[in-house]
Design a protein around this ligand. Structure first.
Ligand code: C5P
Length: 285
């Protein structure tokens, strides 16, 4: 095998609870991840020259060690003394720095792709270990699951046995927001903290859309809005256009709406002003 092409999907957070600050500077989270149909495509090609190179025409994707996919390949090449070259080709469809974990997903795709291409033979637990070293959101994408509970920094993953298929309209303003900045602005209010994960889970399992929509929540929202107060209008506009529920994903600025069906998603999108945003119709993958 000299090359491999894999899909690298995005995620949404249906719930994101921040439980506290940890001694290592990260925040303790509990979150429900949903894997969605918006995806990048990654092709890994073995090369005889000894260089690892990354190719992507999207202007916001770094082509150096700031790219998590590149970092993932470098780590494996170093640890397993692989001296041959590699081209990593990324067709980028997932907006960058948008709360959708596109870069993290690319890193996970490279880890599991190279494990096959280079025949390294790493077990799932070892891949998860590499993922956690690369970033908090990487591990989720190593599990073949539509939904998972994430705890710790977000890197401890428990796949959820949920069959529900959701439809969303996903709106991403053309503004990059960096996770670090959002967490830095977070004011922790740990009194009267609700267990939003366990409030939402029964609705998700039953496919109760109205219940689910009412239980969507993201503790990072005040910090996102402190950076961009105008983004509250995105939520309002989606609700006005007929969304059942709306929520920010991750550290934003992406906002997603829960809708009844693909048809409902199409009619909502048609009403939505696309002048300063990217609007996608996505479903659970
Ligand atoms: O893990 P990742 O590199 O994606 O995190 C980016 C930044 O977001 C971290 O450097 C940290 O400042 C913040 N973060 C956090 N708590 C988490 C995840 C991320 O404070 N659980």
């Amino acid at each position: 095998m000299d090359h491999l092409t894999v899909l690298s999907p995005a995620k949404l957070n249906l719930v994101l609870d921040v439980l506290g600050k940890r001694p290592d500077g990260f925040h303790e989270l509990q979150t429900i991840f949903e894997r969605i149909s918006l995806a990048d495509q990654i092709t890994l090609t073995r090369k005889s020259s000894g260089k690892i190179r990354i190719h992507c025409v999207h202007p916001d994707v770094p082509l150096n060690t700031r790219n998590l996919a590149f970092k993932a390949a470098m780590m494996l090449a170093r640890d397993f003394s692989i001296s041959e070259g590699l081209d990593i080709n990324i067709i980028k469809n997932i907006p960058v720095a948008a709360g959708l974990a596109g870069g993290s997903s690319n890193a996970a795709a490279v880890l599991s792709g190279l494990n096959r291409l280079w025949q390294i033979g790493l077990k799932q637990a070892q891949l998860v270990n590499y993922a956690a070293r690369l970033g908090s959101d990487v591990a989720f994408f190593l599990y073949n699951t539509s939904y998972a509970l994430g705890t710790g920094r977000g890197e401890l993953i428990k796949p959820l046995d949920v069959k529900t298929k959701l439809w969303h309209v996903l709106v991403t303003p053309r503004v990059k927001i960096y996770t670090k900045k959002v967490f830095a602005r977070l004011k922790l209010n740990l009194t009267n903290k609700k267990d939003n994960v366990n409030i939402l889970l029964p609705f998700l399992k039953k496919g109760d859309l109205a219940g689910l929509a009412g239980a969507l929540s993201n503790d990072l929202e005040p910090a996102i809005l402190s950076l961009r107060p105008d983004f509250i209008y995105l939520k309002d506009k989606l609700l006005d256009a007929g969304a059942i529920g709306v929520c920010f994903s991750g550290s934003g600025p992406s906002v997603f709406a829960c809708v009844q069906s693909q048809q409902h998603a199409q009619s909502l999108r048609a009403k939505f002003d696309r002048s300063y945003t990217q609007v996608f119709i996505v479903t659970t993958l």
